[in-house]
Design a protein around this ligand. Structure first.
Ligand code: JD8
Length: 253
């Protein structure tokens, strides 16, 4: 899968992309990430990428010409056939389902704004999609682009290698993860739960499922609506709900 990223600060993105899982995925040829410096596509003496807003007001706005030139140089014939994603607080919120949908593509392009944002014509005539990574304010689109690339790339077969399939994690089952432990069995007097040392795989699986359900119920009950739950999961949740209501194990019929 190929990603083309248009940014004013490619060096700030490079170190993250070249490390660890994403670095190995690129080295293995599973992912190709091309960073393009928008400033290299300016044509004036001062390499201007931003200007004052028409209509007045504070701040600066990214000019359209260098961003269009950068995208056209990078995408060439692919322009119009590749999703061009603008990272913006005004976009639809990025979720695991959006990541899954983008992971079906073979090629994505991402526009990272800075300052107050980009000229509206970039949104209307270059971007095909607008994505926000959440309801908080960042200083630019680079961290959102890294988040999107990270979440999408790890869904590509082979990218996670030995670290396990992407389908194992919490947002695939729709529940939060169970607690993880590793050696030593006791650290500063804090012991690993006995069941995990028992070697009884069925008991371990049952404990982990119960922990996932309990955590999701306590911390993110909103996720339970979309989770794939078995009959015994629902029975466990009924017990948790009864306990929360102060009526242990009475439950409904
Ligand atoms: C792109 C400029 C900063 C945004 C004024 C100064 C995404 N979830 C998200 N939060 N923030 C962003 C984001 C912020 C950006 C840019 C993405 C380009 N800024 C601006 C508008 C208000 N500040 C984001 N995705």
């Amino acid at each position: 899968m190929r990603f083309d990223v248009f940014t004013l600060i490619p060096a700030a993105m490079r170190a993250y992309l070249d490390a660890s899982v994403l670095g190995k995925a690129q080295a293995a040829g599973l992912v190709e990430i091309r960073l393009h410096d928008i400033r290299a596509h300016t044509t004036d003496r001062h390499h201007t990428t931003d200007d004052t807003p028409y209509g007045g007001g504070g701040g600066m706005v990214m000019k359209p010409e260098p961003v269009f030139a950068c995208a056209e140089a990078a995408l060439g014939e692919a322009m119009g056939r590749v999703p061009v994603i603008l990272l913006t607080p005004q976009g639809r919120v990025f979720t695991q389902q959006v990541a899954r949908d983008f992971a079906r593509e073979s090629h994505l392009a991402l526009i990272c704004g800075r300052y107050e944002g980009v000229d509206e014509r970039i949104r209307t005539h270059l971007a095909t999609d607008e994505i926000s990574v959440g309801d908080y304010v960042l200083t630019g689109g680079e961290l959102p682009a890294l988040i999107l690339i990270d979440a999408v790339a790890r869904l590509i077969p082979g990218v996670l290698g030995d670290e396990g399939a992407a389908g194992d994690d919490s947002h695939s089952s729709g529940l939060l993860e169970y607690p993880h432990y590793t050696r030593p069995p006791e650290f500063r007097g804090w012991s690993v739960p006995e069941v995990l040392l028992s070697g009884d795989h069925a008991r371990v699986a049952a404990w982990r499922r119960e922990q996932s359900l309990r955590r999701t119920f306590e911390r993110r009950p909103d996720l339970l609506d979309g989770a794939a739950l078995s009959r015994s999961d629902r029975e466990e949740l009924d017990r948790l709900r009864g306990r929360a209501a102060g009526e242990p194990d009475e439950g409904h019929a």
